[in-house]
Design a protein around this ligand. Structure first.
Ligand code: GLC
Length: 449
């Protein structure tokens, strides 16, 4: 190889590294998820009937028997309307959805045939069609089908710990309320049965995502009856699932904090800066995941829209929760919030989908940046009153600058070696978030000073 060619190849590799180091390089199976950015989380289970949130079983210290008789048996989601939910998600601009198939309460939302998932008498399957009077409707399938029609990817949440299963009781060790295994044998049998349930879910619903939780009984060493879920269980579970479907996306909570799974899940928080690998924050609209009749402390749509923008500016995904009522209907606030978010997304979605992190290390006080090939999006939450907005200089050549919703009217700007100074209208075009676009050649990059 001649020397010139060698240097060209080295230069090409360096360019490639520089290009991708600016954001995550994701495996092909994750491309859609990384592009889509915005999803809906749904906490729905027999706890929705009680309306005290999904932890009521443990917090209120129900016995298995009483919980089954007074809560689960009465769960009757007759107003569950899969089309309404999928349409609402679509209108809000959400591209994927994750619903609880089994939460910590141990109640299966589908017709399970795995023998050990029974009620306390050991005679009845503890699941929606067989344990309640709701009957034979398959709401997971209804929702899966409605999602497919609306072009929304479908995911299922599954809790590793199970407060109802005969192998476990709610644990109060160290003041926590996870689960304690009866014996080592019961633990091994449960893990085998859990995998059988997950195979059922994959075979029946072909989910795009499996979203785990309830892995807190984890332990990197030898398992104990209180800390019975091990890192090797998490690794084994991930391998088992991708063998069943190599395209399946699986979150980190197969065993959190150990770099497993396909992405990190900071819960109810947005990290200071991009994480070391793809991440998704899950957030509630009020303060509860499962329906809580006493909680009407909903955030304003503007707060949630700004959260979404902040998340994308840090290269993350945003999974926003709804908690339907026990009868399957949605609260008025839920519908209203999602409709408002949808109106905003309709006008501004190009700054969210397939957009990645800010090219700048420091975030401005007035908002955030996102970017795509050829465009830098300036999201202004707090509109300056002095007629100018200053942003750090770019390494790219600037073609033009305009308000995202008024591309015809170009904005004047001045360049200094370190700053772009943009002349802006006096009033904010959008009270929640006004967006300006800086059109450039290539992916926007900060100018090295
Ligand atoms: C917490 C809660 C759980 C909820 C989850 C969502 O872990 O315990 O109830 O499902 O957050 O991420």
């Amino acid at each position: 190889m001649n020397i010139k060619r060698f240097y060209l190849i080295v230069l090409f590799i360096l360019l490639l590294i520089f290009q991708t180091s600016a954001q995550y390089s994701v495996p092909p199976k994750m491309k859609w998820w990384y592009n889509d950015r915005f999803g809906m989380f749904i906490h729905f289970g027999s706890y929705s009937f009680l309306g005290h949130g999904e932890w009521a079983f443990s917090i209120e210290k129900w016995s298995k028997q009483d919980y089954q008789t007074n809560v689960t048996a009465k769960f009757d989601p007759i107003h569950f309307n899969a089309k309404e939910i999928a349409d609402l998600a679509k209108r809000a601009g959400m591209k994927y959805l994750v619903i609880t198939a089994k939460h910590h309460e141990g109640f299966s939302m589908w017709d399970t045939h795995v023998a050990s998932f029974k009620d306390v008498t050991g005679t009845k399957f503890y699941d929606l069609p067989q344990f309640t009077k709701f009957g034979q409707r398959d709401i997971l399938k209804e929702l899966r089908d409605a999602c497919r029609l609306d072009g929304i990817k479908f995911g299922l949440y599954y809790s590793i710990l199970d407060w109802n299963h005969a192998s476990q009781t709610i644990s109060e060790t160290n003041g926590q309320m996870y689960s304690t295994m009866k014996s080592t044998e019961a633990c091994a049998d449960y893990i085998r049965d859990m995998k059988a349930q997950l195979k059922e879910l994959i075979d029946r619903y072909h989910p795009d995502i499996l979203w785990f939780d309830g892995d807190w009984t984890y332990n990197s060493n030898e398992p104990t009856l209180n800390s019975w879920w091990t890192k090797s269980d998490g690794i084994d579970l991930y391998k088992f699932l991708v063998r069943l479907n190599p395209k399946l996306l699986i979150n980190e909570r197969v065993f959190r904090g150990a770099g497993l799974g396909d992405w990190m899940c900071p819960e109810q928080k947005i990290p200071e800066k991009p994480e070391s690998r793809p991440w998704e924050t899950c957030q509630t609209m009020n303060k509860s995941w499962g329906y809580n009749a006493a909680d009407s402390d909903y955030k304003a749509p503007a707060v949630l829209i700004r959260q979404l923008v902040e998340v994308v500016s840090k290269d993350g995904n945003y999974l926003l929760n709804i908690g339907p009522k026990g009868d399957g209907s949605l609260t008025k606030q839920t519908v209203n919030i999602l409709s408002e978010m949808g109106k905003w997304m309709d006008n501004n979605k190009q700054s969210i989908y397939a957009a990645t992190r800010s090219p700048f290390a420091v975030q401005p006080e007035w908002g955030y940046f996102t970017k795509r090939n050829g465009k830098l999006f300036i999201h202004v939450f707090y509109w300056p009153q002095n007629g100018t907005l200053e942003i750090p200089a770019l390494a790219n050549r600037i073609k033009k600058i305009y308000l995202l919703n008024n591309p015809e009217k170009l904005l004047t700007y001045q360049l200094t070696s370190s700053i772009i100074k943009i002349e802006i209208p006096h009033n904010a075009p959008d009270k929640i978030n006004s967006i300006m676009v800086v059109e450039v050649n290539g992916i926007p990059k900060a100018k090295a000073n």
